[in-house]
Design a protein around this ligand. Structure first.
Ligand code: ZN
Length: 145
């Protein structure tokens, strides 16, 4: 189970990193701290390769700054990273709706009505999706200075 859980959590962690890097430039140690608040105990040996992978994929850009005499790498989301974040958001929304909001019993006396309700929710979702025509303005990362 450990490996599977780790795979799933790594996806969540990537989503967190993208989210924070879209708001403002982030750096490694503060993200380890931030993710600890969310219940992830992450070592630098896991975090840095994850950041580098996002950078290599063109989703994060790195900027080196000298802070208190030491070189620090800041990462911010690129336009490609912002587009990826939008896709991730849509999937998280969908997943939350499915596994958190609409937790249904696998079987039982309410199986049929629940299924009908779920079908209704799907058609409502389609309407909502078609109403959303104008793309939302992408937030650009702001510099901290
Ligand atoms: Zn966070």
């Amino acid at each position: 189970m450990g490996d599977i859980l780790r795979d799933i959590f790594l996806g969540f962690i990537r989503a967190h990193l993208l989210h924070h890097a879209a708001k403002r430039p982030i750096f490694g140690t503060e993200m380890i701290e931030e993710l600890r608040h969310h219940g992830y105990d992450l070592s630098p040996g896991t975090l840095y390769p994850t950041l580098h992978k996002l950078e290599k994929g063109g989703f994060l850009a790195c900027e080196k700054r000298i802070v208190e005499g030491k070189l620090r790498k800041y990462y911010h989301a690129t336009p490609e990273g912002l587009r990826l974040l939008e896709k991730v958001r849509a999937k998280v929304r969908e997943l939350t709706r499915e596994i958190i909001s609409h937790r249904v019993p696998a079987a039982g006396p309410f199986a049929e009505p629940t299924r009908a309700k779920a079908a209704k929710a799907v058609s409502g979702r389609k309407k909502a999706a078609s109403a959303r025509t104008a793309p939302r303005k992408a937030r650009m990362p702001r510099s901290r200075s």
